[in-house]
Each structure stands twice: as structure tokens, then as C-alpha cells.
Design a binder for this molecule. Structure first.
Ligand SMILES: Cc1cc2nc3c(=O)[nH]c(=O)nc-3n(C[C@H](O)[C@H](O)[C@H](O)COP(=O)(O)OP(=O)(O)OC[C@H]3O[C@@H](n4cnc5c(N)ncnc54)[C@H](O)[C@@H]3O)c2cc1C
Length: 402
């Protein structure tokens, strides 16, 4: 059995940030990753300015191999069924277009932690003063003993399932899939990530350029038909935006836990086990999850260090410290914040202000029709309650967290 100070499950960006804090504090840290590194990760790779700053400040300038072509992104363009389009630049200029296979590996290596790849988390036993973790490396059982465990294993987290076996049944699950097309003609500006607020297309519909091809992606409630949904979007892009594409050459998809950050229902773990990144529920508006994965990951590492210095329970420390990241993320979904503040990293109010009054009215109507698509999940009341609580308690209630 290998004994370490902290074991992190999953070798992604939240893990890299967490490990950086732990290693800097002198703690022996091992990351286990089920895949062989560098590993593929389905992602558009559009990094927010805040995520970019985090990488620069903690890991240094990004090497060229960590970027796709185009190497940067100016911002996001929202499209609406009424055919109004709103390009919005990121505050502070363009940000890198990350190639997740190499950017994540680069950050993991720069964290200084030891990495055991091809090693899958299987289960854990929290014994009060340490945690025993069972895993499998290339089919063979391996065991770790750690003072703390950090679950950074993404939306379908097995670490969460080990703590709360019923959790997957308690939240709605979505499928997001993307297909890659050679381009015949594409009038969509390749400097922007394009997103459609269109209830007829799906819960999450996007397109952008990558390495000379065009990605067409669609997200919907799990159980629907990816091929049909995707074909519908391709047809729409052709008819409404003049996008002419060859049949797809590749596709991929995965399950997503979209929802916890909207309704402040995060999962931070129990005892000596912390959950961070998207596993904990961090996801910003239009599915931007890297910046909050990095920041929440760093906070999980800091919480372990603080708990040791102050001799306090690590959960207590983590929950107190993570409240700032919860505010940043849930603010992005808070209608009062959207109306009266600037919770996003691109200027939606300014872009709206550039439209004629008639187009503004169309945009607001189309957005409302899009939001209604989510009615079946009963999030409306929970979002409203959280929004009203925000100014009263200066944040979001910790009582809602698991
Ligand atoms: C189609 C799509 C497009 C996206 N586009 C963007 C975008 O443009 N910008 C953005 O900011 N975000 C985007 N996101 C979201 C972003 O990818 C995630 O929010 C972010 O990667 C979460 O990081 P993480 O560190 O929490 O976990 P993840 O990146 O999910 O990584 C988890 C890691 O844990 C490993 N793992 C899982 N289970 C085990 C196990 N049992 N044992 C060991 N290891 C395990 C996985 O292999 C993986 O390496 C997108 C997501 C999708 C699906």
C-alpha cells in the first residue's frame, strides 16, 4: 500500500491547480488518472480571461503545442431564432484556444505532483484519520493510504458515487456531442465561439472552427437521439446561416451534470474527502468550466494546507474557503446579477445596448422562450430563491451543499 499525504483522483485542470497548492506547501501528492497521459478530453477549449490569468500566474506562458488553430478566441457570438446575432468580445482581449490533451498534461506536469496514469479509482474507506483508496492499474488492484482525498474526476465522478451512491439519480443528466466537418463554406466568424439560444435545436447548441474543420455540437436531455439532433442543427446552419459542410468525419460525446451551479446545489464531499471542479458542480454560463475548475481546484488544495496548519477539520475549511468561487459561478446564473451587474467575462449588456430597440425586444423574447425549455427541471423557483438570498446573506446558502 502506498502512503501519501494527499491523493487526487483525475488528472485534469482542477487536479493540476489543487496539486500545485499542495506540492508548494511541501505535501506528498499523488494524482491517479484512469487514462494514459497525455489523454484526450472532449472540450471546445475556449478559456475565459480569468482561466487564462490563472494558468499564466500559476504555470507560466502556454507552449504552442497546448493550443488549437485558431490559437485564440475573441469572444462569444449569441444567435437567436429571430436571426439577431450578438458578437461579444472577452474583457481584456482574446484568450487561448486550448488543446486539452496537451494543456492539461502540461499543467499536471508543472504542478510537481507524482502522476500514476492508467490507474482507475474504484472505491474508498474513510477511517477518520486517513482514507484507504482502492484502484486498478491495468486491471491489477492497487491500494493507497492518504490523509485526504480530492475527487477531481469530472461530471461522472466515481468519488461522489462512493460517498453518495444515490446522487446520480438525484440530478438530471444531459448528453453533449460534437461532430467534426470539413468546410465547404462557413460564414460564421472563426474568431468567435458561436452559441444558439434556440429551443428547437436543443438545450445547448454550438459551433466553432478548429484546426481547419468546423465543429457542430448539440446538448440535450439524456436519452434523445444524437444523430437526429445533430442533423437538425447542420440543416439549420445551412438554411439560416449559409454554412456548407461536408458530412462529418469524427464524432464524440459525453454525459454532463449541468445544473448544480444554477441552483446552488454543489457537492463538496464529507470527512477527509473533498470534491472539486466540475465533479462538485462548477460550470459557468454556456458551459465554460475550465476557469472554475482551476479556481475551485486551487481552493481544495489550499483548504487541505490550512486545515493542517490550523488543526481544523478539512471540510469546515473547504466549505468556508470555497464560498467565494460559489459566488462567482452562481452569480453567472443569477437573473438579478445579470440584470444589474456584470457577472460574465464578455459584455452582454453592452452588446444588447448596440442593438435597435426592436432587436433588443426580440432577443429578450427569444431568451425567455429558451429558458422555458428548462422548465421541466423545476429550477426556476430555486434560482429565484438563491437570487433573493444573495444580497441578504452576501452569498449563497451553504445549507444547500452536499
Ligand atoms: C463538449 C464540451 C465542450 C466544452 N467546452 C468548454 C469550453 O470551451 N471552455 C470551458 O471552459 N469549458 C468547456 N467545457 C467544460 C470543461 O471541459 C470542464 O468543465 C472541465 O474540463 C472540468 O475540469 P475538471 O478538472 O473538473 O474535470 P475533467 O476535465 O472532467 O477531468 C476529469 C479527469 O478525471 C479522470 N477520471 C474520471 N474518472 C476517473 C476514475 N475513476 N479514476 C481516475 N481518473 C478518472 C478523467 O479521465 C479526466 O482526466 C466543455 C465540456 C464539454 C463536454
Amino acid at each position: 500500500m502506498r502512503s501519501v499525504d494527499v491523493l487526487i483522483v483525475g488528472a485534469s485542470l482542477s487536479a493540476a491547480a489543487s496539486a500545485k497548492r499542495l506540492v508548494d506547501a511541501g505535501l506528498e501528492t499523488v494524482i491517479i488518472e484512469r487514462k494514459e497521459l497525455p489523454r484526450h478530453k472532449i472540450c471546445s477549449g475556449i478559456l475565459s480571461p480569468r482561466g487564462h490569468r490563472f494558468l499564466l500566474e500559476n504555470f507560466g506562458p502556454l507552449p504552442r503545442e497546448t493550443l488549437h488553430e485558431p490559437t485564440s478566441c475573441r469572444g462569444v457570438t449569441f444567435h437567436f431564432p429571430s436571426m439577431v446575432s450578438m458578437p461579444m468580445d472577452f474583457f481584456g482581449g482574446s484568450t487561448p484556444h486550448l488543446h486539452r490533451k496537451f494543456s492539461d498534461y502540461w499543467a499536471i506536469k508543472r504542478s510537481g505532483a507524482q502522476v500514476h496514469d492508467r490507474t482507475s479509482f474504484v472505491g474508498l474507506d474513510d477511517r477518520g484519520d486517513h482514507v484507504v483508496v482502492s484502484a486498478r492499474r491495468e486491471g491489477e488492484p492497487v491500494t493507497y493510504r492518504a490523509r485526504q482525498v480530492i475527487g477531481a474526476d469530472g461530471p461522472s465522478s466515481l468519488v461522489i458515487r462512493a460517498l453518495y451512491p444515490n446522487y446520480p439519480k438525484q440530478i438530471p443528466w444531459f448528453f453533449v456531442g460534437q461532430k467534426f466537418h470539413e468546410i465547404i463554406d462557413c460564414p460564421l466568424d472563426s474568431d468567435y465561439f458561436h452559441f444558439w439560444f434556440h429551443p428547437g435545436l436543443g438545450h445547448y447548441t454550438w459551433s466553432h472552427a478548429r484546426d481547419g474543420r468546423q465543429i457542430v455540437g448539440v446538448g440535450f436531455k439524456r436519452g434523445d437521439n444524437f444523430a437526429r439532433r445533430h442533423e437538425n442543427v447542420v440543416r439549420y446552419l445551412r438554411e439560416k446561416h449559409g454554412v456548407k459542410l461536408h458530412p462529418h468525419t469524427e464524432d464524440e460525446g459525453c454525459g454532463e451534470n449541468f445544473g448544480p451551479s444554477l441552483i446552488n446545489r454543489y457537492v463538496f464531499g464529507k470527512g477527509n474527502v473533498l470534491i472539486t471542479g466540475q465533479a462538485a458542480g462548477f460550470l459557468n454560463m454556456i458551459g465554460e468550466g475550465m476557469s472554475c475548475a482551476l479556481h475551485s481546484g486551487a481552493i481544495s488544495g489550499e483548504a487541505v494546507v490550512e486545515a493542517r496548519i490550523r488543526n481544523r477539520p478539512v471540510q469546515e475549511m473547504y466549505r468556508r474557503m470555497i464560498a467565494s468561487e460559489v459566488r462567482r459561478t452562481t452569480d453567472q446564473w443569477n437573473p438579478l446579477k445579470i440584470a444589474f451587474d456584470k457577472p460574465h467575462e464578455a459584455d452582454f449588456p453592452a452588446a444588447l445596448g448596440r442593438l435597435s430597440w426592436a432587436d433588443r425586444a426580440k432577443v429578450l423574447r427569444d431568451m425567455w422562450r429558451f429558458v422555458v425549455l428548462y422548465k421541466e427541471f423545476n429550477w426556476g423557483r430555486q434560482i429565484a430563491r438563491a437570487a433573493l438570498q444573495r444580497p441578504i446573506i452576501g452569498g449563497y446558502s451553504m445549507q444547500r451543499w452536499m
